[in-house]
Structures are given as structure tokens and as C-alpha cells.
Design a protein around this ligand. Sequence first.
Ligand code: SAM
Ligand code: SF4
Length: 325
Amino acid sequence: MGSLVDGFGRRFHYLRLSVTEVCNFRCTYCLPDGFKKTGPLQFISPLECERAVRAFADLGVSKVRLTGGEPSVRRDLAEIIARTAAVPGVGKVCITTNGWNLDRQIEAWREAGLTNLNVSIDSLDRDTFRKITGHDRLAQVVRGLDRALELGVPQVKVNGVLLRDTVAAGFDAFADFVRERPVAVRFIELMRTGDNADYFAAQHVPGSALTDWLTARGWRPRERAFDDGPAVEYAHPDHAGRIGLIAPYAPGFCDSCNRLRVTARGQLRLCLFGELGVGLKDLLEKDEPEALRARIRKALGEKPAGHRLHQGISGETRQLAQYGG
Ligand code: SAM
Ligand code: SF4
């Protein structure tokens, strides 16, 4: 039923669907004081998720990422995965998780149809991990990731945030981590949000802190697939896995934007850092696929060219847990 193209010729085949705003971690850059309830905790239902995914898939989306908040705090996550995986046209069903219950849940998620798993691990040093997340759970998270590899989850990645603290802890442990594991570790430069201005000033470091380290040790950038995110991944002949960088402040970052977001309250967000949100909830509650597709198409015509983070403008985004990073 066609494809989604915006006014700048960008095509959208990737949907990030946030299934909850709730999170059990207190990452220093995201929810340093923990999750605070700001409205009724009523989030998009499994059936509404399926309707949303169906509409986007009809419009050419083939990859769906379930995110949050922490998606795995939902007891019905396996059902959401299964409903998403069953939608015709969806080839990749991905989750981004902090991994707190991965070792217990990954089997059910895999059976439900999960194809891609992203686990957030900012540091492989136990104390640094605890200081950043507020939880002494590094070993448990790594156990869950290894279980996912054993179960043959087709793609397993690690997300880390590049911080003054993570740079200080060093990258050697990550290089060792991917020596045998076929896992891509991608560091993202810290993004400034409405809530973290002071933290940003203290902790932001440019991506060259990582890429200089990699280049000096013989790691080289690889080619990217069409539906890859904006990461540049580096490979090394002695390592099964890769290490990469996502640099949201790099020139041209928004030119290749291929993603749309739907929040846990059923709002279409055209840019993670924009003001524009388009309510879809009324159409998700009923079964109105045609009207839903029409509203999505119309909204896309209004997608802005790029974020304005360089001017210190982060839109309505107070932290990424709010809309799914
Ligand atoms: N709770 C899940 C998790 O942590 O993986 C999913 C949601 S979290 C908002 C998604 C990703 O956004 C995580 O990998 C997290 O590290 C990243 N993130 C959160 N705040 C960020 C910020 N200010 N700058 C860069 N990345 C951020
Ligand atoms: Fe929670 Fe993820 Fe934010 Fe950490 S980054 S506080 S795990 S939503």
C-alpha cells in the first residue's frame, strides 16, 4: 500500500514503538531520580500496538523496535512481540532493554518472534555500571545477553552512552567482550534533553574519544546495510564482534533519518527532539485502518528537516524514557 516519504525525500521503514514510560533503573543521564508518575499509567494495549504496527507496515515499515521506558516491565511484552511479529511485512522485531530480567524472559521473547535484541550496558566495570544505573546487576544482564546468543537470537547488540565516566573506565573491557561474542557494541554520544543540561555540560564527550581509540588499535569502519541505524561500526580481524559510534551531533545526522516514533500514549512523534506530536490513540482504540494510514501520511508531510540540538533546543523531550530513545 505504498511507502512513507517525507517532504525531504526521506523514506521511513523503521518504527520505534514505546510500550511504557515506566522504568525500574535510574540511569544518571536519563532518570537520575527514578521514574516519576506524571499521568495515569495507562499505556497502549497489545491490540493497539498491533493496529499501529499494521498501519505502518501497510505503509512500508518492515522493522519495528519496542522500547520505553523499560519495555520488559510489562508483563504482556511477549504478547506484544508475538502480535508485532505476526503482522505481514514486518521482518524485524527488535527490543531495546536494560536487561534486568533478560535471563528469565529471553526464551519467551524469542519464541514469540523476537529477531533483534539491544541491551544497554554503559560499562563493563561493576562499580561504574552500578553508579550509572543505580543497580548492581551487571553480571545478571551479561548472563541474559549470553543466553540470547545461545538461543540464536539473530542479532544481538549492546548500547552504551559515551560519558566522561565511561571513557574514564576505558574501552579495553568492551574490546575483550567482543573478542569471541558476535555482538556489536555501539556507543552513543550523550544527548542533551530538557532535564539533563548540567549533567550534559559535565559528562558530554565527543565521539572522537572512542574513534581515535579504535583507529589507533587497528579497528576499521564497515559498510552499512540499508535499514541500519545511524551507527558507524568498526571491525577488527582479531574480534568476532564490532564496536561503533552513534554521533547525533555530527553534520548530516538527520539527512538519513529513517525512523518514526509512536509513544506509549499513542502519539506519533516525527522527531525525537521536536514539538510535533500527532494523536493516533482515538483511531487505535477503534479498528479504523484507512483513517489511521491517512493521518500518518498527512503527518509525515510536516516532519522537520532535522533536530535543533546544536542550538540547545531539545523540543518537548525532558528525558528519553518519556518517548523511547
Ligand atoms: N530502558 C531501555 C534501555 O535503557 O535500553 C530502553 C529505553 S532507553 C531511553 C533507550 C536508549 O536510550 C538506551 O540505550 C539509553 O542508554 C539511551 N539514552 C537515554 N538517555 C540518553 C541520552 N540523554 N543521550 C544518549 N542516549 C540516551
Ligand atoms: Fe531506564 Fe533506559 Fe532511561 Fe536507563 S536509559 S533510566 S534503563 S529508560
